[in-house]
Design a protein around this ligand. Structure first.
Ligand SMILES: [Zn+2]
Length: 374
């Protein structure tokens, strides 16, 4: 996901707000303060509508964050590494460096979010019972938040991947069949179906139900988003399964430029970068891997110094580098790249570079094989 604003770390997990979050935050605040509360409680002052609206909206997002944190913390307790949580227009998403490796871990992790939302809904329900008839603005806020958290839990339990219910569904299939790939394909197909259903229902609401066109549009949008996410997960599952059959040596390329460590940045730019149009270079002396250098490294050196700066000085040295080994399985290499946010990884055998695995090439490799039917 693109540009996001860092909110800080919670329990060691980075929390970010995607720019679309601000849109939905303003939208919810305005519709609460301008429509919902004035309509349901006509006697309050303007100030109260806005204060209660803003606080309710903030607590709603805190509830969504708590839902994601519940996934993340239960995941972490079960061996799934969580990098960050991003809140965006359709809710929240936790970025894992890799998927759960056991069905039971996935089941607990997926169920934790809706369970947390239900618990929060229950707490706000209790607050509503306690404040009802005594402190109307607080009771109004509590009742809305109770309802919304329960809706959040129920919505997320719809069994289409990548919704939580879809993950629960996959983990049950996975445990029953022992086949991760097939379980994922089934759960993501159901997810696509749910997405299409939402789109159709949304369109029907727009045209058939009076004054509900916006809700219909919103439902159709969520359906579209869900369908996209499910399709992407389906493709990813296919790739993972296909990759499982190969090693790094099978999928690596030997077609990559090698730059001597003592050449200057100018020589690198004129002799390698410009003619090849590549963004990533292996630095090696007599096949001994010294490091890698990317456009990013080059840009970090001031241009007037390019003639005198050796590549050695700007490269990422071998001891800070992620490398793969020829007999490592290709799926593991892909996960290593995903986990470190990198697109290429040198394949090293006894200190010598023997190849390069690049994400785009990996995808082409699989596509070509599937087109040839081999
Ligand atoms: Zn969830």
């Amino acid at each position: 996901m693109g540009s996001a604003f860092n909110l800080g770390r919670f329990f060691g997990i980075q929390v970010r707000l995607h720019y679309t979050w601000f849109i939905i935050f303003v939208f919810i605040t305005v519709s609460l303060s301008w429509q919902y509360f004035p309509f349901a409680y006509p006697t309050w002052s303007h100030l109260i509508y806005w204060v209660v609206g803003i606080v309710t909206s903030l607590l709603f997002f805190a509830s969504v964050l708590a839902h994601e944190l519940a996934h993340s913390l239960v995941g972490r307790a079960n061996g799934v590494t969580i990098k960050s949580i991003t809140l965006f227009i359709f809710g929240g998403v936790a970025q894992m460096t890799r998927e759960a490796t056991r069905a039971s871990a996935e089941l607990k992790m997926a169920a934790a979010g809706p369970a947390c939302s239900l618990a929060i809904g229950g707490l706000f329900g209790l607050l509503w019972v306690l404040t009802r008839g005594i402190l109307e603005p607080l009771a109004a806020m509590a009742s809305w938040l109770a309802l919304v958290n329960v809706v959040l839990a129920v919505f997320n339990l719809i069994p289409g991947f990548p919704l939580d219910g879809g993950r629960v569904f996959r983990s049950i299939l996975w445990r029953a069949t022992g086949n991760y790939g097939r379980s994922t394909r089934i759960a993501t197909r159901v997810g696509q179906g749910v997405g299409y259903l939402f789109i159709v229902a949304g369109i029907l609401i727009i045209f058939l139900v009076r004054d509900m066109w916006f809700s219909g549009l919103w439902l159709a949008f969520i359906g579209w988003f869900l369908e996209n996410a499910a399709s992407a997960s389906y493709r990813q599952a296919q790739w993972r399964e296909a990759l499982g059959a190969f090693t790094a040596a099978d999928v690596m390329t030997s077609d990559y430029p090698v730059v001597p460590a003592d050449s200057t940045v100018s020589e690198l730019v004129q002799g390698y970068v410009i003619p090849s149009g590549r963004r990533f270079f292996v630095v090696a002396d007599d096949d001994r891997l010294q490091g890698i250098v990317t456009l990013h490294n080059i840009k970090s050196a001031p241009q007037q110094d390019w003639d005198v700066t050796p590549v050695r000085q700007i490269m990422t040295p071998v001891n800070e580098l992620k490398v793969a080994y020829p007999d490592q399985d290709a799926l593991g290499v892909m996960e290593q790249m995903d986990g470190n946010d990198i697109n290429q990884i040198p394949v090293v055998s006894e200190g010598r570079v023997v190849g390069l695995v690049a994400r785009d090439r990996l995808i082409r490799f699989l596509r070509t094989r599937s087109e040839l039917g081999i």
